[in-house]
Every structure is written in C-alpha cells, then in structure tokens.
Ligand binder design. Structure first.
Ligand code: C2E
Ligand code: MG
Ligand code: MG
Length: 559
C-alpha cells in the first residue's frame, strides 16, 4: 500500500463542505487529478515503483495546496482531489506547477492530468463538484500536450447529448431503423468501379441522416455496436442475394468490423453462417478491420482472420498508417488489401510534404509486400494525380463518388461500362525501381529506421527456389556484387551461397516462418564477382500467399 499522507475522500468532503459554508465571497475551485495510464505504469515498473509514484504525487499536491491555503484528499487508486481558493492567477500557477512536475518527476507518458471545476454554486454536493472536475480530466486523458483543463458547461451538454444518442440509438437498433449507404471504390486508370464499402446510416426522424462518426463511438462504449454491426452485415448479404435474384451481377462489398465485435462473438463464424444463409460466394463480402484493432492482437481476432481466409473472404486493413508498428504488424498478419486515408494529411503547406512522405512510405511498403492499396478520401483532381504518381491504383473518395443510397448504386451496377470486374489486385512491378531505395525523400523517418542497412525482399517459391524481388544499394556493397539488374542473379540466390551453407540458409527461412516476431538469423558464405565473404543474415516472414512466401532480409558482414 502506498503511504499517502492525505485525508480520505470522506474526510475531504466534510472539510470542503465546512470551508464552502463559510466562504462568503471567496471563490473556490474543486480539482481532480489522476495519472495517465497508471495501471500500465504498475505493470511496467512494478507495484513498488507505482506506490512511490503515488506518494510522490501526494507530496507534491500537499505542498501545492498548503501554499494555496486549500485542502487535499486521496480518493483511492491514482485519484486525488483538492479544494483551493480560486483566481485567474491560480490557474497560471497550476499550469506552471504542472509543467515543472511533468518535466522533472514523472516518467514520460505517465504524467498527471488535472481537471478544475470553478465552483458556481457552493451549495452543490461536493461529490457533484468532483464529478464535474473529473469530466474535465476525461477530456485531456492521454493527451501529451495538455495537462490541465477547466470544466465548462458545454462538457455536461456534450455528455447529455451522447447520453441521448445512446438511448435513442439503442431504441433505433431495436426498431431496425438503421440502413447503409454504399461508396464505390474505383480504379483510377479507367475511373471504373471495382467494388464498394457499406457505411451505416441512421435516418433520424428529427435530425435527418446521421453519420456514424457521432454514434459509433457511443455504441462502442456500451457494446451495442455489436448488434448494429450484425444488422449491417446481414443487410449487405441479404442485398447481395437480392441482386443475384434480380439478375444483377454484384461486385464485392466491404463491411466494417468494430474492435468490440471481437470481444463479444466469433466474428468469422458469424460471416460464414451469413453467406450460407443467403447462399452467396465469400468473395462478394470483404471485411475491414482498422489498424488500431489489429494492434490489440486479440486471440479472437487472430483466429477470425485465419478463418476468414480459409473461407475465402478478403481481409482489409482500414486506416492503415495512422497507428504504430505497422511493419511489425504486417509481418505477423496476412492482409489482402490496405486502406489508407488521405484526410489524415493536412492540406496546409507546412505539413503537406510530411503527409505525402507518409503516404509514399505506405505505398512503398505495400509494394514491397505485394499488397494492393485503396486510398480513401481523395476529393480533388490534384490528389488523384498525386496518388497516381505514387503508384496508387485504387481510390475511394468524393472525387469519384460520395456514399449513396442502395438504389442509386444499383443503377451503376447495371451499366457494365462503368465497372471493372477484374477487382482489386496487386500488379507486380516488372521494372526494378532501384531509385526508390536511393531517394530519401520517399521515406518517413520511421521507415528509414526500419530499413537501415543492406536489405532485400526475397521470395521463396513453391518449388523451393529463392528469388530476390528487391534490394537496395547497400545490398550490393555488403554482398560484394556489382551486378545491377541481372535477371539471373535475382533468380537463383543459391548460386551465390557456398554449397555447404545452402542447407543452413534454408533453416534460417524455416526459423523465420516459426518466429514471425524475432525472425530467423545465421551466417553464410557468399561469393560474388570472384570474392567470398561471410555474411550475417536476418530474415522475417512478411507475407505468404499461393504457396509463395515473401521475406524481408537484412545483411551485414559477419563479425
Ligand atoms: P471508414 O471505414 O474509414 O470509412 C470511410 C469514411 O470516409 C466514410 O465516412 C466515408 O463517407 C468517408 N469518405 C470517403 N471518401 C471521402 C472524401 O473524399 N472526403 C471526405 N471528407 N470523406 C470521405 P462515414 O460514412 O462517416 O464513416 C465514418 C466511420 O464510421 C468509418 O470510417 C467507419 O470506421 C465507421 N463505420 C461506418 N459504418 C460502420 C459500420 O457499419 N460498423 C462500424 N463498426 N463502423 C462503421
Ligand atoms: Mg472502413
Ligand atoms: Mg478508412
């Protein structure tokens, strides 16, 4: 137990009440304070360090409150409370005090967040005041730039709004009021439609059509999103069936899966039952899972993805490039299509170039692992041109179509000239774009770090041959080869590895298969251009499809 020399919440309420009752004209503020990700802190650094952190926080708070002639209490866990006489200067003091604390005494990312409620009605219960201060805290939790926030009445309004949405949308789910729109996805080279995404819509009696941005997050909090998603998925399958029945040839439609769905159900099994029920082929339904959901790596999700693939569904990674450790994730999970959103790139000049370099690293990465990309959110011709320059083929954006009612989309489906039934596929880049590897501007810092040193992308074919798909300039230097674009060199890696090392090299690949995270590594004797050198090679499995496996390899001279 942490030894915190502060009074309990109960004692604090009593003491605060006494002070407020005799406050007269003196203004007070109620302050709530907690530590971001404290549970994680305990897990990472241990209970003892956690207790020390709380004691530290208690001591700081006490010092501050004593100076300000206020009173402080310890609510429990990582929660603290205080009552201080209030003035505008006081706010500046708190801010200064906080930035000092954050700079010195707390581990990065685990700083305190403070919510302040400047008391309007001293007769209100202290608990209610504390709730308002907590509401202010909740607005900045996990925010690295902001540590202090004042409560304002809009916060309560917003809370009420989201409560209304929660109540009304639950009712709407029961009444089956939700529907979906379809937004076509196009091949930019011919402007034709290759498929569509189903996007849920709520036709609200008073407010008109409500977009998911305002109700999905609310429904995710209480789990109702599961019921909603199932209705959308079933609606899409049923509609695909009805197209077939009416003699209209369908295109694939992708649906969104919420991370919460994986907690509550066997998602893949649900889809398999749906396509059985409506007797439609699996390739008419694709599933979109956001990058942040992948990051959970929940067992249920991993199992579902495997099942999806077995059953013939395509799995799309939504909002790719917004999260972390993308490269790692792609090594572990096999993804059929990446979706990346242009709107995350600001059009403001100073950030545009950074945005574009992020986009380009996404496309480069996708190219290396042989996965096609759909760019979302392209609205202008300029953006379309930029995307094409970057080697992108598919787009879902207002420039071509906005999300539309089902009937409108059906009309498009009946005009064969507007459709590209070849679907979304990865076009192998025949030419060897060595320049991409040399042009630093194409890579974000993170990518560069990931790709340091001599690297190559290998493909292990079904017949056991290892081909080099791509390599960078360092690769030539490290292996001692001067050949730039010799097809034979790329075809038969084994020619360049000493005979007695071939087996060992094969084992490295086998280890990479078994250890997606750590990869496989080892030494080999490599001869090119008459010279022989011992190299240390590290190999990671990136992707496996149709019996061929793609690996990322880094090489350096053996020490
Ligand atoms: P998302 O899956 O990334 O879907 C793309 C969003 O981008 C859609 O917003 C679409 O209308 C919008 N968009 C596409 N092109 C453009 C463009 O050129 N400009 C602009 N400004 N926007 C564009 P929407 O329909 O509001 O959906 C927002 C999010 O709500 C979706 O993002 C998805 O995460 C979620 N969502 C939608 N339907 C469902 C659903 O049935 N279930 C679940 N769980 N989530 C859904
Ligand atoms: Mg989506
Ligand atoms: Mg998206």
């Amino acid at each position: 137990m942490a030894d915190i020399s502060l009074i309990t919440m109960e004692e604090f309420c009593e003491e605060a009440r006494k002070r407020l009752d005799v406050a007269g004209g003196l203004k007070y503020a109620l302050v709530a304070m907690d530590i971001d990700y404290f549970k994680l802190f305990n897990e990472l650094f241990g209970r003892e360090a956690g207790d020390a952190c709380l004691e530290n926080m208690g001591a700081h708070l006490k010092e501050f409150v004593d100076n300000a002639h206020g009173v402080a209490g310890y609510v429990g866990r990582d929660d603290f409370v205080a009552l201080v006489p209030w003035s505008r200067e006081q706010y500046d003091d708190v801010e200064k005090y906080m930035s000092r604390l954050v700079g010195q005494d707390f581990k990065e990312g685990f700083h305190p967040s403070i919510g302040i409620y400047v008391i309007e009605d001293p007769a209100e219960s202290v608990y209610t005041m504390y709730d308002k201060a907590l509401l202010a805290v909740s607005r900045i939790k996990g925010n690295y730039a902001e540590h202090v926030r004042l409560y304002d009445n809009k916060m309560l309004e917003r809370l009420r709004e989201s409560h209304t949405i929660m109540v009304e949308s639950q009712q709407a789910i029961k009444n089956d009021e939700f529907t979906f729109y379809l937004q076509p996805q196009c091949n930019m080279h011919n402007g034709r439609i290759v498929g569509a995404e189903a996007l849920v819509r709520w036709p609200h009696k008073v407010k008109g059509f409500i977009s998911p941005g305002s109700f999905i997050p609310v429904l995710e909090k209480n789990g109702y999103v599961v019921a909603l998603d199932r209705m959308v998925w079933e609606g899409v399958c049923k509609w695909q069936r009805s197209l077939i029945d009416r003699g209209i040839k369908p295109l694939p439609v992708s649906v969104n899966i919420s991370r919460i769905d994986f907690y509550f159900m066997d998602v893949a099994e649900f889809f398999i039952k749906l396509i059985e029920k409506y007797d439609i082929p699996a390739d008419l339904i694709e599933v979109e899972i956001t990058e942040s959901t992948f990051a959970d790596e929940s067992e249920s999700m991993m199992r579902s993805i495997e099942l999806f693939h077995k059953a013939g569904f395509k799995v799309l990674m939504d909002d790719f490039g917004t999260g972390f450790s993308s490269l790692n994730m792609l090594r572990k999970i096999s993804i059929d299509i990446l979706k990346t959103d242009m709107r995350f790139l600001s059009s403001k000049d100073e950030t545009e170039s950074r945005g574009i370099s992020i986009m380009e690293s996404v496309f480069n990465l996708a190219r290396q692992i042989g996965t096609p990309v759909i760019a979302e959110g392209a609205e202008t011709r300029k953006q379309i041109d930029e995307l094409m320059d970057m080697g992108c083929t598919y787009v879902q954006g207002y420039y071509y179509y906005e999300p539309m009612p089902i009937e409108e989309y059906e009309e498009l489906l009946t005009n064969e000239e507007m459709l590209d039934r070849r679907g979304i596929y990865f076009r192998k880049v025949e030419q060897f774009h060595i320049r991409e590897f040399l042009d630093e501007n194409l890579y974000s810092d993170t990518m560069l770090n990931n790709i340091l040193g001599a690297i190559a992308i290998y493909e292990l074919q079904e017949d056991g041959k290892i081909r080099i798909l791509r390599m960078n300039e360092h690769y030539y230097q490290v292996t001692g080869s001067a050949v730039m674009d010799d097809a034979e060199y790329r075809e038969h890696l084994f020619h360049y590895v000493a005979q007695e090392d071939v087996e060992a090299l094969c084992e490295i690949f086998t280890r990479a298969d078994a250890n997606p995270l750590a990869g496989g590594d080892g030494k080999m004797l490599y001869h090119a251009e008459g010279s022989e050198r011992e190299l240390y090679v590290q190999v990671f499995l990136l992707n496996s499809r149709n019996g061929n496996k793609v690996y990322y390899a880094s090489l350096k001279p053996a020490t």
